[in-house]
Design a protein around this ligand. Sequence first.
Ligand SMILES: CSC[C@@H](O)[C@@H](O)C(=O)COP(=O)(O)O
Length: 356
Amino acid sequence: MNVPLSIKWEGKRLIILDQQKLPHEIIYITLENMKEVHDAIITLKVRGAPAIGITAAYGLAIEAQSYQTNSMIDFLEYLKRDAAYLGESRPTAVNLVWALDRLLKAASPIDSVSDAKQILIEEAIIIHKEDEESCKSIGEFALSLLEDKTKVMTICNAGSIATAKYGTALAPFHLGKERGKEFEVFACETRPVFQGARLTAWELQQSGVDVTLITDSMAAHTIGAKGIEAIIVGADRIAKNGDTANKIGTLNLAILASVFGIPFYVAAPSSTFDLSINNGEEIPIEERKVEEIININGKAITPSNTKVFNPAFDVTPAKYITAIITEIGIIYPNYLENISTQIVDSIEKEKDYENK
Ligand SMILES: CSC[C@@H](O)[C@@H](O)C(=O)COP(=O)(O)O
């Protein structure tokens, strides 16, 4: 796979690929502290649920190195405060608070501040490594569902640059390419900020995957005209019952898949499941700045004073989802029961293993 990594931990430095500069420039920037990490997440220099979680984890670990205290009580107090600050940078992707919580849990039982500082860095590195393994595994499971030469539609960028490596929804295309499986991918441009046009088109081209760009409004026509056989998307938060938040426009595709009678797959690691919420109504939907809609390349495209609604995500009801592809395996309906057994079981097994 020829796609540059989006997050690198080099020595003690956090380096990210500035996704706002893609596809024309491949520029890496160093994030020195928590405020720079917070800014990079809000401004979408780093984006995609797993990548946000990994970056925030490093951001918290870096910030903790500067705490001037020998008291673990104070240390944990500062850590919670800073985790809350990073955690509010983007509200929908649950991987963000999931990663920050893992760091809090890792530091809590430690007795000395210097050990806790070290543990935080180590935990961030583990989260980063685990995501790469999870994505590879998601890719393998997804490949088992997609025959050679399948025509697949996707939206946003749930690719390598949105994760540690490989991606979720795009993982089968990268892995498939390495194994001689050819897919024809149709990428929706993903208004308003064009993750499909700027990022997915570029990322799949890097891997030599056959990718065709369409505007979001062309999806229905294209499914019929080009004979799309499946849709695969990523996720930002999956509720206990399988309702799934992902990039705005995903719900349109799910409804289209149902009308056209083609499978609609969600690909996501277990860190994207929020088992504390019962259904999609409880998922907070981020609303972003109006400028994302009224401007293109910094130039206004609307009459002045145009009223704008800019939700960044929508929620696809579980009934439209054919299967959820995770690193643990493929989850099929009935989701309420199957998510609990498959995801909870694997989390419990992991805990048992860690405690041994
Ligand atoms: C593997 S990334 C999964 C999702 O985070 C992705 O599909 C998505 O919706 C990203 O939205 P973004 O606003 O670009 O962060």
